[in-house]
Design a protein around this ligand. Structure first.
Ligand code: ADP
Ligand code: MG
Length: 639
């Protein structure tokens, strides 16, 4: 087995992605180099980080660099790093599969028409930059030796479905990637990547901020003696960490390139936040609000955290203590002047300075959202579409900042068929006699819109917020009021609308009907006891005969459905049936019941009434067969 070559298939999604990559019409093919250099830089960061606690791993060689070597005759370009390297297992999982969560989503996106056009977006979103090498190379060889390990691994592929892997030898630790270049082809954007001038200009454009020297091996100059060559080596990049520079000296493109390096995203960020904190604990922070959510944002184990440096040395790749969890989509770097290099995760978490940094960064990010919200509503809408759910999580978890988060919320509402509204705008439109902010949760706008619960509000022309996201259920548990106005679910508890007189009037009217309708209510209660815990009269309905509501502190039907789906044995809640005493159907039932309490129509009518109320709010029928039979019998009596 020692030197045997094995041929292994790529994971199905990888294979498809590679196919798209190879045939890609994406013209900005230069960026393959940025991706490979970015990976080399990551590998060097990891090694340097490891070596803080385990110096042996350096094997006495503390050179941290990236070397490029082009051979115009052989048409190859080699990218070498003296970084951490990979074991066989790591090679197989990193270069043969897509390890990130969300591959299901990737599969779906690949199956969509137009996936080829979205390629760069897909590569960025799913963090698969390595494969971009196949845009420009028809064969890629990776020779890698994990720092500290004895043997090396050679991986090779033409990207068409399989790769080969075998044990090999490599004197220096780290990874050497050899690209066998496709012939230059202006139309498809493939340049001659073995040309030194081109290589150095791509590096300067896309990878200038890389913290390690990027060295290009000079082509042999017949006039120079071999000894002259090493002395002449100067890095292609300036190696000045971008966050250490003054914001005035950094161009937007430079910020964007750096963002792509740390985020693995191929799209420019929406906003950059760069500042320096002076005082007892000094640090620089460079943060980005991406313009698009990563594929795994809402999965367990989503990529989170900022890169934490201590005096330019990365001491943590994903430090989750610098921002609250709901801001996990923010990318960036924090470089502190006074942190020990080997600080443990636990010490860091408890560090008072780090807690202050976290507070400050959170404020900065929320201020940026506010600025976008106020000055660039279109951009803010993108933020909302991409990260709105995370912001909602914040309302329910970051109570200290709740008052900064709630003005950022946007909801669909009965005010406008398309445009979303903020709570502030809602409050601005409230009717003079309206005291509360009304909302209803449900699976979709359409379903909520047609819900009988809204009838009374529509009659009064009160606006209702439509909450269609399951996290809204959690949000409203933590958001009792906004600007002094209580949030009130239209589907919960009783609903009294209008001025004090109108309310008193409505109550008086209901009271007056109480006795008359009592026998019918008792009958329905008994008939439907399995699903209904109480029957009462209500003035909230105008055109429907009945609806179902829950008590003020019960779960809403949407939340109940979610809980039941996640946890099969979640007990079913009984609900309150509200009757519209002015509806002809209810009036007739009351009369028939008064005339003959044993009228065979009544039991079936009760069943139909319950079914209609459930269907109107989008819930399932507890017993569709029973409903079917009852409806048939009722029809039989009238046709
Ligand atoms: P990403 O960089 O977003 O993780 P890539 O497709 O660029 O995705 O790379 C996949 C993985 O392969 C990396 O996460 C890393 O673990 C590994 N890898 C790639 N290049 C190198 C390298 N030069 N040295 C060590 N590991 C590497
Ligand atoms: Mg990468």
């Amino acid at each position: 087995m020692a030197t045997a070559t094995e041929t292994l298939p790529f994971q199905a999604e990888t294979k498809e992605l590679l196919h798209l990559m190879i045939h890609s019409l994406y013209t900005d093919k230069d960026i393959f180099l940025r991706e490979l250099i970015s990976n080399a830089s990551d590998a060097l960061d990891r090694l340097r980080f490891e070596s803080i606690t385990n110096n042996e791993i350096l094997e006495g060689n503390d050179k941290f660099e990236i070397r490029l070597e082009a051979d115009p005759k052989a048409k190859t370009l080699t990218i070498s790093d003296s970084g951490i390297g990979m074991t066989r297992e790591e090679v197989v999982s990193n270069l043969g599969t897509i390890a990130r969560s969300g591959t299901g989503e990737l599969r779906r996106r690949l199956a969509e028409k137009g996936a080829a056009a979205d390629l760069p977006e897909l590569i960025g979103q799913f963090g698969v930059g390595f494969y971009s090498a196949f845009m420009v190379a028809d064969k890629v060889t990776v020779l890698t030796r994990k720092a500290g390990a004895a043997g090396a691994i050679e991986w090779e592929s033409d990207g068409t479905g399989t790769y080969s892997i075998r044990e090999a030898e490599k004197a220096e630790r780290g990874t050497t990637i050899t690209l066998h270049m496709k012939p230059a082809d202006k139309d498809s954007g493939i340049e001659d990547y073995t040309d030194s001038w081109r290589i150095s200009s791509i590096v300067k454009k896309h990878s200038d901020f890389i913290a390690y020297p990027i060295l290009l091996k000079k082509e042999p100059d017949p006039k120079e003696t071999p000894e002259d060559a090493p002395a002449a080596e100067t890095p292609l990049n300036s190696m000045n960490p971008i966050w250490k520079r003054s914001p005035a000296d950094v161009k937007p493109e430079q910020y964007n390139e750096f963002y792509k390096h740390i985020s693995h995203d191929w799209t420019d960020p929406m906003k950059t936040i760069h500042f320096r904190a002076e005082g007892t604990f000094e640090y620089e922070a460079l943060l980005y609000i991406p313009s698009r959510a990563p594929s795994d944002l809402y999965y367990v184990g989503a990529e989170a955290g900022l890169r934490l440096f201590a005096k330019r040395v990365m001491i943590m790749e994903k430090c989750e203590d610098l921002l609250p969890h709901y801001l996990r989509f923010i990318r960036g770097v924090v470089d502190a002047s006074d942190l020990p290099l080997n600080i443990s995760r636990q010490r860091l978490q408890q560090d008072i300075h780090i807690q202050r940094v976290r507070k400050r960064l959170t404020t900065k990010v929320l201020e940026s959202f506010k600025e976008l919200f106020e000055k660039e509503p279109d951009q803010y809408l993108t933020v909302w579409n991409e990260f709105g759910r995370a912001i909602k999580e914040g309302v329910g978890s970051d109570f200290e900042n709740q008052s900064k988060l709630t003005p950022l919320l946007l909801y669909a509402s009965s005010h406008d068929a398309e445009k979303l509204t903020s709570l502030k705008d809602y409050v601005g439109r409230m009717k003079p006699d309206q005291e509360q902010i009304y909302y209803l949760t449900g699976d979709s706008r359409k379903m909520i819109e047609n819900s009988p619960h809204l009838e009374g509000l529509k009659a009064k022309d009160y606006e209702v917020l439509y909450m269609v996201d399951p996290v809204d259920e959690l949000l409203v548990q933590h958001l009792q009021e906004f600007e002094g106005k209580k949030l009130k679910s239209v589907g919960k508890g009783t609903l009294e609308l209008g001025t004090a007189e109108e309310k008193a009037e409505a109550e008086k009217e209901l009271k007056s009907k109480e006795d008359e309708f009592k026998p019918l209510m008792e009958f329905l209660q008994k008939e439907l006891g399995e699903n209904v815990k109480q029957v009462r009269l209500s003035s909230r309905l105008t055109s429907s005969p009945a609806c179902l509501v829950v008590e003020e502190y019960d779960y809403s039907p949407m939340l109940e459905r979610v809980l039941q789906k996640n946890k099969g044995d979640f007990p079913k809640q009984k609900r309150v049936m509200e009757l519209n005493p002015k509806h002809p159907l209810i009036l007739r039932l009351q009369q028939r019941q008064a005339a003959a309490a044993d009228d065979p129509l009544l039991a079936n009518a009760a069943e139909v009434l319950l079914g209609l109320a459930l269907l109107s709010e989008g819930s399932e029928l507890p017993d569709p067969l029973k409903f079917n039979r009852a409806a048939t019998d009722v029809l039989g009596l009238v046709v």
